[in-house]
Design a protein around this ligand. Structure first.
Ligand SMILES: Nc1ncnc2c1ncn2[C@@H]1O[C@H](COP(=O)(O)OP(=O)(O)OP(=O)(O)O)[C@@H](O)[C@H]1O
Length: 689
């Protein structure tokens, strides 16, 4: 079978397409690569990882809370109360837990592709994310790379390539942009921009996605179809390959792909493992027989139990020896999934939902315990390889330390990430590009310009001097000014609340990979907001200003613009804060609606006599200050003088401050406080899953 596997792998047609030719260094001549002989015609050149990684996991068990923990304030208070009660009573209550992984043990050598297989819910994702240090559930046992590095070690974790099940990418970027920005944020600062671009081009070639490099990723949020699912998966793998990791861990890379695309993908992984001596572990749902033959090792799981771990080619024979003989002609992967699911060939109501008390699983575990897989050949190889890695362990250890601590000036310097200002700049540019579809979509542009024109028609020339001669006319202009700040600021508030919940997964993924500090993300996003939150308000205000005939002086126009912009930035910050604080779109939307209506109602236009005990809320309403400032700019000294308290009831009587500077100052203060609060929410709220 092993022979068969080899020949099949070497005969594969995609080999020519996705072949990987290793080079010792980064500086690779891409042109030469493209002009290589026919059998390497479209082959690409990848640098080889410097340090091969040997992975050993021993007796790994994992536990999760047995009961669903309702997130939110009430359950947090309940938890704190219970903790206090148990502290007072001296009895430590342990929350009930469910064990989802049971003693998983094995070794993976460089150059091997290990497939984790098992029915749905058997623990594949949990296990692979533990190997990647991305799962924070309580677990016991040991996971070690090169006998010394734990995946939970922050600095080491960043060296592990991890491709999650869901494709976490910016939908509005092109394939090239996606890879290029990752390259700039992740590759050493010592590499030139040309080298980084070249590496992206190499990866595009290696993964066979060069032809879609200028297509956008696409998706629901940007309302555009982009590249296919298989191509997305390749981009996700490409993002990890960029920094040339020795270990690549993948969670269901083939799910949703047709069998040929899946085969191509596994073939690429196989080549990457063999040629680059990389260690590759992937979960896989239902591989075809051709894919199965390409796997080096199989780790079969059933309800968190290890059912088999060893050479994939030896699994059929092993199961036959313990009484599970595969029917002739069947795909071994299908058969092993049936065995792990407790499917005996007869329809069974709960097949696939085995638990350790099921007689089928008990019988299978009993048979395995009685006659464990000896792994003669592979165990021998594992031992040999393990000892060879042990002998080089010190070298790797030294290398790693020097990289980490920068002891070795040159190497440490080479591996330092991009400078802080580069991180901020790249995050800013990436955000601008990502949001170009969202903020300037035809739908949102139509909405704001339609409203601007409608507003101009309804209040047409209402601001000219003659219209202000009466209290009614002045009241109309006051209403127009209130509408102007309310409409523009709420428009921005509502689009800003989506920012962080939408980018939460990306932020968590990139933070786990240690690509930048949270402050770089915050400043990059803030800078990106400035042009995006400026262009539409400035245009809309100009249209309304001209159509409604507001005060025709340059000073009044510029002051109006400043008030509108500060108000929009304040509203945008409030939206970002709500989004960052909740990182959950539905909850953020509910909170934003409540806050928006409260701000509007207490803004001074709708309700003039707010109950005393609630009047403090009006001081928090940024609309109030913006409206007061605009009334001061446009109406002060232009409306008839009040005589005998005749205008006590008018809107103008509500203006609190006569000095526009004070209102500006308060708005600036609110903006600064809100921005700082956004930073704190991200800093302490955007924690790992
Ligand atoms: N954080 C968690 N809290 C509660 N239960 C969890 C948690 N993580 C995993 N589980 C449970 O552990 C079991 C294994 O889940 P896991 O996602 O690892 O399975 P899987 O084999 O990857 O499934 P699939 O193939 O459907 O993705 C499931 O029963 C799941 O509900």
């Amino acid at each position: 079978m092993a022979e068969g596997r080899k020949s099949l792998a070497s005969d594969e047609p995609p080999a020519a397409e996705h072949a990987v030719v290793e080079l010792q260094d980064v500086g690779v001549d891409l042109k030469a690569a493209r002009e290589a002989p026919a059998n390497r015609s479209s082959s690409s050149f990848m640098p080889k990882p410097k340090v091969p990684m040997h992975l050993a996991f021993n007796d790994v068990c994992c536990y999760v809370p047995a009961m669903f923990q309702i997130p939110g304030f009430v359950s947090t208070v309940k938890k704190v109360a219970e903790a206090c009660a148990s502290r007072v009573s001296g009895k430590r209550e342990v929350a009930p837990e469910r064990q989802i992984l049971h003693s998983i043990t094995g070794v993976v050598n460089p150059g091997e592709v290990v497939a984790i297989m098992g029915p749905s819910g058997s623990g594949k994702t949990t296990f692979v994310s533990l190997l990647a240090g991305r799962n924070h559930a309580r677990h016991t046992g040991e996971i070690l790379y090169n006998d010394q590095h734990k995946p939970t070690d922050k600095a080491f974790k960043r060296q592990l390539g991890f491709v999650s099940q869901e494709d976490i990418m910016f939908e509005g970027l092109t394939v090239f942009e996606t890879l290029y920005y990752t390259a700039v944020l992740r590759l050493p600062r010592a590499m030139t921009d040309k080298d980084k671009r070249e590496r992206v081009s190499i990866i595009l070639e290696v993964l066979g996605i060069a032809h879609v490099k200028d297509s956008i990723i696409g998706g629901f949020r940007v309302g555009r179809r982009g590249i296919s699912g298989g191509e997305k998966k390749r981009v996700a793998i490409g993002q990890e390959l960029l920094y040339n990791p020795s270990v690549i861990l993948l969670d269901e890379p083939t799910s949703g792909l047709d069998s040929t695309t899946a085969l191509n993908l596994i073939h690429t992984l196989h080549t990457l493992a063999q040629v680059g001596n990389r260690t590759i572990v992937t979960t896989i749902h239902q591989p075809s027989s051709r894919i199965y033959q390409m796997l080096d090792k199989l780790l079969l799981m059933g309800q968190g139990h290890l059912l088999f771990y060893g050479d994939a080619s030896a699994a059929t024979d092993y199961f036959a020896t313990i009484g599970y003989t595969m029917p002739y002609g069947m795909n071994p992967a299908d058969y092993f999934l049936d065995v792990a699911s407790g499917w005996s060939g007869e329809p069974k109501e709960e097949a696939g939902n085995l638990n350790a008390t099921d007689p089928e699983l008990k019988a299978l575990l009993g048979a395995i315990a009685e006659k464990p897989y000896s792994r003669q050949s592979s165990r021998q190889r594992d031992i040999e390889l393990a000892s060879s890695y042990a002998s080089t362990k010190e070298v790797f250890g030294h290398k790693w330390r020097s990289v980490k601590q920068g002891e070795d000036g040159q190497e440490g310097g080479e591996l330092l990430g991009p400078r802080y200002h580069t991180q901020v700049y790249v995050i800013c540019i990436r955000s601008l590009k990502e949001r170009r579809f969202e903020r300037f979509s035809s739908d949102s542009l139509f909405t704001v310009f339609f409203m601007a024109i409608l507003c101009g028609i309804l209040w047409f020339q209402a601001g000219v001097g003659a219209s202000l001669a009466t209290y009614v006319g002045a009241g109309d202009v006051a209403a127009l000014l209130f509408f102007l700040v309310t409409f523009l600021s709420f428009n921005i508030l509502f689009s800003s609340i989506f920012t962080f919940p939408n980018e939460k997964n990306m932020l968590l993924k990139e933070r786990e990979a240690g690509m930048y500090p949270i402050s770089a993300f915050f400043f990059g996003r803030t800078m990106a907001d400035i042009p995006l939150d400026t262009l539409i308000p400035v245009t809309v205000t100009t249209i309304i200003y001209v159509m409604t005939g507001l005060k025709p002086t340059v000073e009044a126009f510029l002051l109006t613009m400043m008030v509108v912009l500060i108000t929009c930035f304040t509203a945008g910050s409030l939206g970002l804060l709500i989004g960052a604080a909740f990182l959950n779109l539905k909850r953020a939307q509910s909170v934003a609606t409540i806050l928006m209506l409260t701000i509007m109602l207490t803004g001074g236009f709708f309700v003039r006599d707010i109950p005393v005990w609630l009047s403090w809320i009006s001081y928090l309403s940024y609309i109030q200050y913006a409206w007061d400032a605009l009334i001061n700019i446009h109406l002060k000294g232009r409306v008839p003088e009040c005589q005998d308290n005749a205008c006590d009831d008018s809107l103008l009587a509500q203006v609190k401050y006569d000095d526009v500077g004070v209102q500006f100052g308060i708005l600036m203060l609110m903006l600064t406080v809100l921005r700082f609060a956004v930073y704190l929410s991200l800093r302490f709220g955007a924690k790992s899953r």
